[in-house]
Design a protein around this ligand. Sequence first.
Ligand code: PSU
Ligand code: MN
Length: 299
Amino acid sequence: MRIGEHVAAALAAGQPILALESTIITHGLPRPRNLKVGLEAQEQLRAAGVTPATIGVVRGEAIVGLNDDELAEIANDDSVVKLSVRDLPIAAVRGLSGGTTVAVTAFLAQKAGVRVFSTGGLGGVHRGASETFDESADLIALAQYPLVLVSAGVKSILDIPATLERFETLNVPVVGYRTKHYPGFYVSDSGYEVEYQADSPEEIAAIAKARDELGIKSAVVVANPVPKEFELDPALHDAKIEQALAECKARGIHGHDITPFLLDYMQRETSGESLEANLAVYRGNVALGAEIAKALASK
Ligand code: PSU
Ligand code: MN
């Protein structure tokens, strides 16, 4: 693993840093928008006084704090793969380039000493998991690495109540940001509730600090809903998700291909509306992650 120069400097100076994943860039968004979104997120952070640490794997090397050239390389590489924790040693030996999922981004962030991480949506328990056993490695990673992870919930392509149950089992607290309605990524309310609400970045930083003092190792998951005005029309959302799941089953798609397939299907079938919601979600999570990183750095 290599730590980018800008990240190393910020770590040494105790300045706020926010980790960002790269699967959203390599497998979550269409080109050329993907690179633009990656660069804009970094700009947004610098403007807020926070150092961006975009994490990815370039030709076998895991990098915490990609520079713009490295980001462009993985954004435009046709052979780029989706990497989770178990894939890292194989990528290293074979010299593969890859986007890092939440699971491996969390692993690398904590290894580097970065404490806050923003993403769009989290992986979770897939529908039908009681038969397929398909549960994202993101859940296990969140149980193991003491970060603050900001997301807009999990998509309703997943089994949301089962995912919330698994968070409980894995000792991962889920805190709604200014709400107790658990968000559904594309929509601001999934229809399920969380137990706790936090109302400021300072409160979230205080929760993380209390966790660290207790020596608890799991992440604090902050659920930050997409603003109502940017959400996908809930009726359109429900209809398209059913179709997406049926199509996935009919084509026999499985393993790590499922999530990218479902995301791409939603983008195509909502003529880009889901893409706009996706981007609003991401900007909101980057903004909140920045404020939490600042609050933690000043504690
Ligand atoms: N949600 C999104 N976009 C994404 C993903 C989730 O809105 O690109 C990615 C994340 O990187 C997440 C991964 O970690 O999908 C989960 O994949 P899987 O279900 O295969 O673990
Ligand atoms: Mn899976």
